[in-house]
Ligand binder design. Sequence first.
Ligand SMILES: NC(=O)c1ccc[n+]([C@@H]2O[C@H](COP(=O)([O-])OP(=O)(O)OC[C@H]3O[C@@H](n4cnc5c(N)ncnc54)[C@H](O)[C@@H]3O)[C@@H](O)[C@H]2O)c1
Length: 262
Amino acid sequence: MTYTPPLRAAGKRAFITGAAGGLGSATARMLARHGAKVFLTDLEGAPVAALADEINAELGAQVAWSATQDVREEDTWKQVLDAAASALGGLSVLVNNAGIGSLGGVEDIKLKEWHRVMGINLDSVMLGCKYALPHLRAAQPASIINISSLAAFKVDPDYTAYNTSKAAVAMLSKSVALDCARQKIDVRCNSVHPSFIRTGIVAPFYEALGEEEATRKLLRGVPLRRLGEPDDVAYAVLYLASDESRYVTAAELLIDGGARAI
Ligand SMILES: NC(=O)c1ccc[n+]([C@@H]2O[C@H](COP(=O)([O-])OP(=O)(O)OC[C@H]3O[C@@H](n4cnc5c(N)ncnc54)[C@H](O)[C@@H]3O)[C@@H](O)[C@H]2O)c1
């Protein structure tokens, strides 16, 4: 008799932002292939709808839904979470993944750009946690996964706003985790910290430096001497979304090829 491993996210109902992008789409596919129902949102409505269609076609069932969402908008958060809970039959996983990069040292950055980065990378994570919690509380055990970055710990001075937003996401995640623990609810909250992975967010870096120089620079501080793959992050999210991680909360999970250690 052959052993068939259980689907690791069976029965989970997951909401993922920024799902049209490199890490979000890999995460959506990963969770759906492991038995979760997924509700995918992005500022870009067409690609995220196409991804949901693709997942449904691959899995031969209605497991993915999508909506256009700007994660900066508080009112939209409430509406889209209600729509997701109604489509999925509740909500037990929130993945705050949408994010943008931003180049500039402290003297270069304009206040307007600073606010744009904080709005998309940080305020959105707070709004997501705040408005998803009533749904998650009703669907325990539940899990919040916030995609931060290695930049929360290791600083490139050319990315002042980005570094700051991602460091704040780590502390926000721990605050949410402890708040839930204090309330004695089984809602865990963790942050994930990838280093460089070839997605839309690093495209400007490649355009500016060219293929060879960009790769050389990105690999400089990575002991494993290769870039990560979107699935490396998707596997981390799968673990944190599943009950395998039931004793893990307020953690900072590095997916960085060892970069933090040096
Ligand atoms: N790729 C990397 O090297 C890397 C490293 C560390 C952390 N991250 C983080 O991973 C997350 C995903 O990034 P990615 O690498 O997949 O990049 P990506 O550019 O491929 O995807 C980001 C997605 O977010 C969406 N988005 C942007 N602004 C939005 C808004 N206002 N509302 C809703 N959606 C919006 C974009 O449309 C895009 O689909 C980000 O939070 C990023 O900071 C990425």
